[in-house]
Design a protein around this ligand. Structure first.
Ligand SMILES: Cc1ncc(C[n+]2csc(CCOP(=O)(O)OP(=O)(O)O)c2C)c(N)n1
Ligand SMILES: [Mg+2]
Length: 594
């Protein structure tokens, strides 16, 4: 058989280093699947249950490998299913290539079955590069450009392949006018600011006496450099959600997460500092950063469009975090006064006690915070953590103490439900020798994570370390939103939208060959985690948790929280007015400045 366009595409992807593709088949993309089959395992195809999940996997694969994520789907519905997962990559700046089928060239424009205007549909999410191929000689530069753009600009790109084109004989572009002759390869540049700009940054940082650092995903490869700079400046450091693994929580001056899911010491760090150093973070909530004018700011980011966006910075440095901090360090003077630092450390010690109190408080039947609290000291070395969006993201952000060598991520910018299990699967394919633990709400399980348990059941035997624990918080509620409705809107719980069916997740796991563990007593949690983390196969650990434990914002005292909860439980859902009043008070303490 002669070499088809499909064969060429698979060869070219391989030449670019692609070894895994996440996706789902369909007749619109059969020409590429046939080629993947003929390539005999040179590229591993990983079959998701749904194209959106495949796109989440590609996004997470990029996060956990630092390389390109690739997903593939058929034309029409397969392609449109990819979109949300691709937005996850787009909002978290991940390089992902989407390959989709398209109707035959002869049918395009004819309102044909499964014909959708895919370039228009993908134009926003994959705006850096979207192209629909029309001739064999064109696909070489489409693949090359799509991948180089994705890697170089950390963007989502997409190519659409009409199905008859995939099966056509491949021809190299002829040597004549109007053809392109592209090549393979990309090397990440070393991006460091000019010396003069580094000196300006150093001047700002040297003249401050209360320096706060905020790290995000851009600092993940720069832990040691951030630590060295923080020591030199006697600074405290808070972590945005995507930067959770950038600094170990065992360091006394690391205040943990920031924002609505954040900690009290992070809040104080930002509201009391006189200097802010922000590294690789797009953390969105400015109200948790210093008040304008309160602090002098320096920001480091690879993406110029992310600079001075959340806080007006005095010095904006385009650069790689590790390289830039390394260049900055010799310009920084060792601060001698450690009072600011000691204050941060004391407040952090207090906060960890508060968290323990909150986790140990009685609930009916299990306090969800305790689920994460008990996991934290049991986290295996080199674990990869993922979380879904929902109240468990609060406990993931606050209660889990990260150690060196761990990884952690979630759908950050998009904050989409349904990402935790596909993220876990991608983590296992990226690092089959590492244990993975995911925290997931029951709503997110029902949305699509449950189906992806089937993907785990299909593949886990390929992973050298089979440990993959999916912890489900069964509270029969879309709890994060229930509390948002209560606290932000002052609305009582709306059962019709918030209540969700009780499903035996652990038994579903057992039905498909995984291990299931159910726990509904707080004192059994520790043993349940031990059992799950020692299992010889993936586990669904289902905890029956109390929906009346509020995912509280950081700066509410335990007493206030208790009163608030009691008031709500008493007033909800009948006495909406009581809730409204309480909500107003809580709102006032949540939003700084109110
Ligand atoms: C795709 C998507 N739909 C809706 C939301 C809004 N949302 C955020 S959290 C949440 C509730 C999640 O419920 P569950 O998974 O049960 O977790 P819980 O908060 O109960 O712990 C919802 C509906 C979202 N973030 N993403
Ligand atoms: Mg729930």
């Amino acid at each position: 058989m002669s070499r088809t366009v499909g064969d060429f595409i698979v060869e070219r992807l391989h030449a670019w280093g692609v070894r895994k593709i996440f996706g789902y088949p369909g007749d619109g993309i059969n020409g590429v699947f046939g080629a993947l089959h003929r390539a005999d395992g040179k590229i591993e195809f990983i079959q998701a249950r749904h194209e959106e999940m495949a796109a989440f996997m590609a996004s997470a694969y990029a996060k956990f490998t630092g390389g390109l994520g690739v997903c593939i789907a058929t034309s029409g519905p397969g392609a449109s299913h990819l979109i949300t997962g691709l937005y996850d990559a787009r909002l978290d700046h991940m390089p992902v290539l989407a390959i989709t089928g398209q109707q035959s060239r002869n049918a395009i424009g004819g309102h044909y079955q499964q014909e959708v205007d895919l370039p228009s549909m993908f134009k926003d999410v994959a705006g850096a590069f979207v192209a629909q191929a029309s001739t064999p000689a064109q696909v070489r530069h489409l693949v090359d450009r799509a991948i180089r753009t994705a890697l170089g600009e950390r963007r989502v790109t997409a190519i659409m392949l009409p199905n008859d084109l995939q099966e056509a004989d491949y021809t190299e572009p002829p040597r004549k006018h109007g053809t392109l002759h592209s090549g393979v390869g990309f090397a990440k540049p070393k991006t460091v600011p000019y010396d003069a700009d580094l000196r300006r940054a150093a001047d700002v940082l040297n003249s401050g006496s209360k320096v706060a650092i905020l790290v995000g995903a851009g600092a993940l490869g720069a832990s040691e450099e951030v630590i060295a700079v923080a020591e030199r400046l006697q600074a405290g450091a808070a972590k945005a959600l995507l930067g959770k693994a950038a600094l170990p929580d065992g360091l006394p001056w690391v205040t943990g997460s920031i924002g609505l899911l954040g900690t009290k010491p992070s809040y104080e760090l930002m509201t009391e500092c006189d200097t802010l150093l922000m590294i690789g973070s797009g953390f969105p909530y400015s109200e948790f950063l210093p008040k304008e004018g309160q602090a002098r700011g320096v920001q480091i980011d690879l993406a110029p469009d992310m600079l001075s966006l959340r806080y007006p910075m005095e010095v904006n440095l385009v650069g790689d975090a590790a390289e830039t901090l390394r260049a900055l360090l010799p310009l920084l003077q060792q601060k001698r006064d450690s009072r600011w630092r000691r204050g941060i450390e004391n407040s952090t010690v207090e906060w960890w006690k508060t968290l323990e109190d909150r986790a140990m408080a009685a609930a009916d039947p299990i306090n969800p915070q305790r689920v994460a609290w008990e996991l934290s000291p049991r986290l295996p070395d080199r674990v990869i953590l993922t979380s879904d969006s929902g109240s468990c993201a609060n406990w993931y952000a606050r209660d889990l103490k990260i150690r060196r060598g761990m990884m952690a991520s979630l759908s950050g910018g998009l904050a989409s439900m349904g990402a935790a299990v596909p993220y876990a699967i991608a983590a296992k394919f990226a690092h089959p020798d590492r244990p993975v633990v995911s925290l997931v709400g029951d709503g997110a399980m029902q949305m699509n994570n449950m189906a992806e348990l089937i993907t785990i059941a299909k593949y886990w035997r390929r992973w050298s370390d089979p440990r993959c624990v999916i912890c489900v918080f069964n509270n029969e509620d879309l709890n994060q939103v229930t509390w948002e409705q209560r606290v932000m809107e002052g609305d009582p719980k709306f059962d019709a939208s918030q209540q969700i069916p009780n499903v035996p997740y652990h038994r579903f796991a057992e039905l498909i060959g995984l291990k299931g563990i159910y726990v509904d007593r707080p004192d059994a949690l520790g043993a349940a985690w031990d059992e799950a983390l020692a299992a010889d196969r993936p586990v669904v650990l289902e905890a029956k948790t109390d929906p009346e434990v509020p995912p509280l914002p950081p700066h509410i005292t335990f007493e206030e929280a208790k009163h608030f909860t009691e008031a709500l439980v008493a007033g909800d859902p009948r006495e909406g007015s009581v809730i409204k009043e309480t909500a107003r008070q809580v709102l006032a303490s949540i939003i700084p400045g109110k």
